[in-house]
Write a protein that binds this ligand. Structure first.
Ligand SMILES: NC(=O)c1ccc[n+]([C@@H]2O[C@H](COP(=O)([O-])OP(=O)(O)OC[C@H]3O[C@@H](n4cnc5c(N)ncnc54)[C@H](O)[C@@H]3O)[C@@H](O)[C@H]2O)c1
Length: 355
């Protein structure tokens, strides 16, 4: 029998989840959807063949009326916690988009509910499913990097505020740190053996605001961009995080910054070798007394469509007990603790211990 899936939050990124489910049409049917914007949910249902009587504006009502195995929570960040807990309690396995929640307290409540209900709770750390991540893990497993002790992670946009609720603290919980930094900070942890963060020092700036040349017009713009939202988040964050393994990570993320061009890169430096994702995937080491730069062949990049399809397939496999969850809620809680600590450090000017 096929699994029954539903979407909560019929916006931009939900379409990537939908594509992932459609690619598994022999195993999954998407049978219901929900959005507080009911006309939007109705249009969505029509486009994707969801029956008209299975369209909801209240996720509690949907969970009460439908029998569901899988739920994608793809709302804005402020609704992640409530929607996830309702879906878990309603008997579904859940994949919740990143950031897992507004803060670590909410994330912990979500994890606790997953444990109580015995359901899978996966966090939308889609970068874990890229060809670049797979390549790093393969080389790391083969010992090519040794112990990774320093990492640089950047997700910098010169002018890339996604618009709408993304700039409104009450809906987003923060700016580029919680929106973009979360991706690369998780990726560094994932690629370096999931060390435990112990301390963070961070700075945030609100110098450029959202008043930039191309805000809200890019491919990553929210489907809800509207003038009713405030812009009261930071536009740039830089942070240094120490881990129990001895790893230190330097992270930078911006919506707006006076730089030449957008950059997104992961650099890992280990005792035997280092690597960089950009401008091309390369591993740096030495052999026979010479420095060598190794360029692995095959899929070493990040393909958005492929990664989302793999992420959803991984979620469905985990829900069916066929494979362990590759982005478990425990890691989402740890990421939220890192984010909370960076914001607190930026507020207080002091390094903050992460417990
Ligand atoms: N993994 C990625 O690469 C990636 C990329 C973009 C966005 N995201 C994340 O996905 C989430 C959604 O982002 P988006 O760009 O799709 O935003 P969006 O504004 O396009 O869509 C969000 C939708 O959620 C709906 N919604 C809000 N509260 C709701 C509730 N209580 N019940 C039902 N629906 C509700 C809104 O009406 C809206 O239609 C965010 O958490 C964002 O951080 C992840």
């Amino acid at each position: 029998m096929k699994l029954r899936a539903a979407i909560i939050g019929c916006g931009g990124i939900s379409r990537c989840h939908m594509a992932g489910y459609k690619a598994l049409s022999d195993r999954v049917d998407v049978v219901a959807c929900c959005d507080i914007d009911l006309p939007k949910a109705k249009r969505y249902a029509e486009e994707f063949g969801i029956p008209a009587d299975a369209v909801y504006e209240d996720y509690n009502e949907m969970m009460a009326k439908e029998t569901l195995d899988l739920v994608s929570v793809t709302t804005w960040n402020a609704a992640h916690c409530g929607a996830t807990i309702a879906a878990l309690k309603g008997g579904a396995n859940v994949i919740c988009e990143k950031p897992m929640a507004m803060n670590a307290i909410e994330a912990q409540a979500m994890l606790d509910t997953a444990k109580e209900t015995g359901k899978v709770l996966q966090v939308g750390f889609v970068r874990r499913f890229g060809g670049d991540a797979d390549t790093v893990l393969a080389f790391s497993k083969a010992g090519a990097l040794g112990d990774i002790y320093y990492a640089k992670a950047t997700y910098l946009r010169r002018s890339g505020f996604p618009g709408g609720w993304f700039g409104d603290l009450a809906y987003s919980g923060g700016g580029p740190l919680i929106d973009l930094g979360v991706h690369v900070m998780d990726l560094v942890r994932y690629l370096s053996g999931l060390p435990k963060p112990i301390q963070a020092f961070g700075v945030t700036y609100k110098n450029l605001g959202n008043n930039r040349a191309s805000g809200g017009e890019q491919a990553w713009a929210a489907s809800t961009a509207a003038s009713k939202y405030k812009y009261d988040v930071e536009d740039f964050t830089s942070a240094m995080i120490r881990f129990d393994s001895g790893l230190t990570m330097l992270m930078e993320a911006s919506f707006n910054l006076n730089i030449a061009h957008d950059t997104g890169n992961i650099e890992l430096m280990g005792t035997k070798g280092g690597l960089s994702f950009s401008p091309k995937f390369e591993i740096y080491t030495d052999m026979a007394g010479r420095f060598i730069n190794i360029a692995p062949q095959g899929n070493t990049g990040f393909d958005f469509t492929r990664a989302f399809n793999d992420e959803i397939r991984g979620f469905v496999d985990a829900a069916e007990g066929k494979a362990p969850c590759r982005a478990p809620a425990e890691d989402g809680v740890i990421l939220m603790k890192m984010i909370d600590a960076i914001y607190e450090s930026a507020r207080t000017g002091k390094a903050v211990d992460i417990i």
